[in-house]
Design a protein around this ligand. Sequence first.
Ligand code: SF4
Length: 350
Amino acid sequence: METTRRVQVGSVAVGGGAPVAVQSMLSCPTDDPEACLAQIEALHAVGCEIVRLAIPRADVLDGFGEVCARSPLPVVADIHFDYRLALGAIERGAAKLRINPGNIGSEKKVDAVIEAAGAAGIPIRIGVNAGSLELHLREKEGWTLSEKLVESARLAVAHFEQRGFRDIVVSAKAHDVVQTVETYRLLSAELPEVPLHIGITEAGTIRQGTVKSAVGLGILLSEGIGDTMRVSLTGDVTEEVRVAWEILASLGLRRRSPELISCPTCGRTQIDLVGLANEVQSRLETIQSPLKVAVMGCVVNGPGEARDADVGVAGGDGEGAVFAHGKVLRRVPEDEIVDALFEEIGRLVP
Ligand code: SF4
């Protein structure tokens, strides 16, 4: 958001009008640097901009340091409970920390982390959650959970700022979409200057998690709320990034690969349109351009229905037509449709 402060996560700017940054979290063990770096490469290839690693124990810190040193993306250390893990991660090159002050313990321990992050010049994400709310907030009568979470975040931000630390990002995620939206709206109103990390936590497997994330994050982003986002899915981590980009693209906020327009098929379809659309979609992922590409089921209606597309193909009986802005350019046999389409795309995207 324009009104938030900008913080720098390695080479990636978050907040202050910077494009909404896409991030993910590794699913492999932090003490296996080769596996982590392979996963980071895969995430990088699909457009991930920031990665987060869990630091569950002190004996993973050296592996974490190696990943930080070799990663092409800025690496965030995810810390719970033990402030010494945060200090160790900072020493080993973390580009940012994610902590929950509510489970770090005494003020002195939180202050030690603030001081070390300040000295290293890295930001901290304050991630509050319902499970570790302060006792006085948990017992507040008549307050909604969202109000309690926001108050917890507000108190933590005030504590950090009193110590002169302002490189803060805040998150307050829940797995309930409506509650998450309500919480972030309140956060944005209460802490308008603080960049927000948005996400629906534990959103579920690919289909359910995609829908929940698209609805929740879509509402927030369309209201200008959110500076960096993570889609949480139980599945391949690269799917999180693909879904995040689809959400951003569908709102017209950021686009990384061409937009695919494809029809739902009907009784007029005479080719394997589903297979064709999937093949085109996966080949388009390597192209970075705002092109609109159509894959339509029939020559009779397809080109007209997709006249918005820069280029497209429409299926016929054993053949396909390549078209641009609604006009058919040529007809090719069915097994040459994809190559013919990418020949045309190649003319538009050098
Ligand atoms: Fe049916 Fe043709 Fe429209 Fe696809 S483009 S839905 S096949 S009419």
